[in-house]
Design a protein around this ligand. Sequence first.
Ligand code: ZN
Length: 90
Amino acid sequence: MGRRRRSRKKILLKPRKTIPKIFTCPQCGQQTVKVTVLNMPKSSEDEEPKKLVLVKCGFCGLKSTFQYNEIFQPVDYYHRLVDKYVAGEI
Ligand SMILES: [Zn+2]
C-alpha cells in the first residue's frame, strides 16, 4: 500500500467577496437564518421585474419579506428582520 501523492495543484479561486448569508436567529438563537432574493413574476410586460427578499429562519420558521434594494447587503435585510422581531411585528 503506497501513498498516493497528490500532485494536483490547488486551483486558485479568484478572490471574491464572500458576504455571509447565514445569520443568527433573534428568536431561537440558531445560526439558520437565510437571506434569499425572490424574483417575482411580472404582471405586465412593461413593468420592472419585482424582487423581494425573503429572510427566514430554517429552524423556528421566523420569517419576513422585504422589497429588494440593490444597495442593500444580505446583512441589511437581516437587521430589518431583527428590528421587526424586536418591535414585535413578527
Ligand atoms: Zn429561529
